[in-house]
Design a protein around this ligand. Sequence first.
Ligand code: ZN
Ligand code: ZN
Length: 139
Amino acid sequence: MCPYRRSLYSCNHAQLSSEPVKPCQAQKNYDSGAAKEPCGIVETHRPTIRIPKQCGPCEAKKMSTDQTLAFVKKRMASLRTCLNERHNGCMKRLDEAGAKREKVPETAKTAEKIEDPAQAFLRKKMMEDDSHLMMLSSL
Ligand SMILES: [Zn+2]
Ligand SMILES: [Zn+2]
């Protein structure tokens, strides 16, 4: 019988060492070629070693979850920045349009009652962006 080291991880998964801690005589005989069969008997009646971390598969799973989360967070942040930039861009364009309108000569004032389609579009777009921003910030 060959004693194997048993490790218990913080996720409660136990893992045996891949090699016996100390090969028994039967195994030694096999290793030296004196015996035809390896020992093959696993003996785990040894104190379990507690390892204050997660086992390999659990660690890998946690990592990939963290990575997915980080990726989503990054995407959200860049999306928010993008929307903010677009929003500011709209505001700027509106300001410029507004500044131009102030310089409209008196004679053209009657036409101002009919809304400029470009202006209407920009205002609508801005409202859309606002609703998008609200949607995002509530997440
Ligand atoms: Zn053995
Ligand atoms: Zn585990």
